[in-house]
Design a protein around this ligand. Sequence first.
Ligand SMILES: [Zn+2]
Length: 481
Amino acid sequence: MKCRVLSALLLPALACAHNVQLHARQSTTADENSAALSNANTATATSVLPSTVTFPLISENPTAVPLSEINTGAAQTQSTIAISTTYAGGSKPTWIPDAPALPPSLPIPTNYPKLDVTPPTDSDEAKQWIQEVMNSGVYIPDIAPTNPGGCGNNTAVLANTSSSGTCWWTCGGCTRSTDVSVCPTKNSWGVSYDDGPSPYTPNLLQYFDQEDIRATFFAIGSRIISRPAILQDEYLTGNQIAVHTWSHPYMTTKTTEQVIVELAWTKKVIKDTLGVTPIYWRPPYGDIDDRVRAISQALNLIPILWTRISPTQTFDTNDWSIPEGSVNVYEVLDNWELIMGNSTKIDTGFIVLEHDLFEQTVDVATGYILPQALAHQPKYNMTPIIECLDMPLANAYLETNDNSSHPLPLATVTPVSSSSASGAGASSTGSSSSGDGKSGSSSSSASSSSQSSGSGSLMVVSPVLLSVAIGAAAAVATLFL
Ligand SMILES: [Zn+2]
């Protein structure tokens, strides 16, 4: 059984989290540990999957794992490789001028919370971070946490998820001007990989080195504790490191204090591992609303999603579904072909959802997706997302950011009345209730956003305009689709 086999190899709960019988959007415990689930735009478990490549491959890595050997829903037997370099404490990054040196030693796991669950909110660190958010001046909207289960289990609030309401991306694709979901320049691809570092990340980095590719890695705090040296290798070879939470939950289901600790602990372990603190993050599953946005702003974090041009056309390869078992590699390649086709139809560049957590997702990336991208005409400009936003890598981190041209999120906080905070700067690419069609069945247990506060005991200190511009990043992020 796949869960058992994968457990032995890698990440027990992660592998099982995507068991097809336990849809991750409908689970709770599994969500804590899950690898990735997005609003996939294609196959479901009941679809008839293609059995061959349905379009001509214009390029293929000669050392690629054969497509027939990239197994659906099962562990593979490919061996992993070691990272190219192990870095000593004090090593200086060469990609970012004046970046701090690596800390003298790697993080000690016992100094951090339990892996793959939301950290406690009553620790000394948590209390300090919660206080910092309270003192930030950022207005945290009074939006209740959503029910686990996505749109289908939150029917009472669906009418309020659009730009005039909570702007819940999961249900309708609403974005604010502070969200990054595209690259501004046509044919630029802000490459990214989520949910690592994993044992297979070095295979991806090896291909990056071979083809001179760099990307943004949205790293999970719990995975960094397990593999800090791989994160250092990602960082020191010129990739961008960004936050992807501590335990990979649906963030809108969490209380405000829980959202704070999910983000803050991940920022801390990255700082402790690399010496720099990311100022970009991606919500797992793209699950963000105005409350989660505000909390992330209070923690100096800018959200990055992925490109979405309609309710059924998101730039999601659905690669995570290969190990989960509901999609095969041919379907993922069909998704990628569709994404490349759509990339030629839009006026901007794009951001795609892929993962470095699983052997299959790395194999399909290095063997097929990236070679196809490298051979694409017109040529794609493939960079980390910060660079596709026309900024240097240095602007990805608190310690090296150019605050004059790229003000930090907290630097843009401007006190205004809370009543004017809603709806500003919003964009939606789909109906507010359409969701992704895979979000679980409807339920009568849904709650209303007016029933209770999602902020727990957190007090609003100084209301601000939620969607206030975030400097240069906001300027490019306003290029909505
Ligand atoms: Zn993820």
